[in-house]
Ligand binder design. Structure first.
Ligand SMILES: [Zn+2]
Length: 345
């Protein structure tokens, strides 16, 4: 992996770090968070929810919090002439050499990493099948005037108050969502065409992060054919269209962002377009951020039902991220439990 500056994508990772650090209730972390914000970096967090975070892990993460600032690159908002002039972050990393991430980000070699491979057999083999459904836990409102930005590693939409994910330990607020093509999690031995990650942070404890993963697929035979049809499909395609995916892409190029209010697709973006998927089975396990610094303790909720995308949408995302694709390979489970339709392992 090159030692070159992280020209782009460091944002998400740095973002996540900071939050985690802050979560640890360290005053220094909080001030770091302020600094980040003053540099135009929106912080997000990921940790989890229902299960108490592992103190050992968190302590580990905190140790590296001082580095967070240097790893956090300011977002470049070309459309708003917000160039901060500083691009020094931590070591850069590439999807082309994921095995090298741990050289600079040791947690990436940890035993609780994401993504992982999921199996339908998790339902029965593990004997932990619940009856819970995310549709009863999520609530999102449609929003207009969002921005989508290309941070060099993915296309991301930061959101103001857009919705909540209610877990047994409290309310988690949606902070941002972003995309990976192909998917990062695998299911039944294969990747889906893509995956959306909806990143939530606990309202009363910013150190706790819950991420909902949603597979995106264009192949109608994926997983035996569980793609939505009719109006449900149209709503999902509209969701993607409204972000700039489509026959003619308006997705921002590297380090740019696009103000969706100015693209001609100013329709509201409604995550509830995925209500069919929220109503289906989901897998839950404890993992990590899938980008450096790979912080662990993230509570993952990956829905089994895929949502619909068109091949053109897959292609126009890949045109922005030609090679390597922006998906981390699956990681060893290392004895972790996966539960189905339950909020805690
Ligand atoms: Zn992600």
């Amino acid at each position: 992996m090159s030692v070159a500056l992280c020209k782009k994508g460091c944002l998400l990772a740095a973002t996540l770090h900071i939050y985690q650090a802050a979560a640890l209730s360290q005053p220094s972390a909080v001030s770091l968070a302020h600094k980040m914000k003053s540099h135009g970096v929106h912080m997000r967090r990921h940790l989890d929810s229902s299960a108490p975070a592992d103190d050992g892990r968190l302590a580990l993460e905190v140790k590296s919090s001082a580095e967070l600032i240097s790893k956090a690159g300011p977002a470049r908002h070309h459309g708003h002439a917000r160039h901060h002039g500083q691009h020094r972050h931590g070591p850069s990393w590439s999807y082309g050499t994921p095995d090298d991430w741990a050289n600079d980000y040791t947690v990436c070699a940890g035993s609780g990493q994401s993504p992982i491979e999921l199996q339908d057999s998790n339902r029965t083999v593990l004997g932990v099948l619940g009856t819970d459904r995310l549709i009863d836990r999520v609530s999102y409102i449609p929003l207009r005037n969002l921005k989508i930005k290309n941070n060099g590693h993915n296309e991301q939409v930061d959101v103001p108050t857009m919705g909540t994910f209610n877990l047994p330990d409290g309310r988690y607020d949606l902070k941002q969502f972003h995309f990976h093509f192909p998917s990062e999690h695998m299911i039944n031995g294969r990747n889906a065409a893509g995956e959306i990650h909806m990143v939530h942070q606990k309202s009363t404890d910013p150190s706790k992060i819950a991420v909902i993963g949603l597979f995106l697929e264009s192949d109608p035979n994926f997983l035996g054919g569980d793609l939505p049809e009719g109006q449900a499909r149209k709503s999902e395609i509209d969701f993607m269209n409204n972000l700039g995916f489509g026959d003619v892409t308006t997705l921002p190029e590297e380090e740019d962002e696009v103000d969706l209010a100015n693209t001609g697709s100013a329709s509201s973006v409604d995550i509830m377009a995925f209500r069919n998927e929220f109503a289906g089975d989901y897998f839950h396990y404890i993992g990590s951020f899938t980008t450096p610094p790979c912080t662990e303790g993230v509570h993952w909720y990956v829905m089994k039902r895929p949502a619909a995308v068109t091949q053109a949408m897959v292609d126009n995302f890949k045109a922005r991220f030609p090679a390597p694709a922006n998906n981390r390979p699956v990681q060893d489970l290392n004895g972790r439990k996966i539960v189905v339709d339950k909020t805690s392992v």
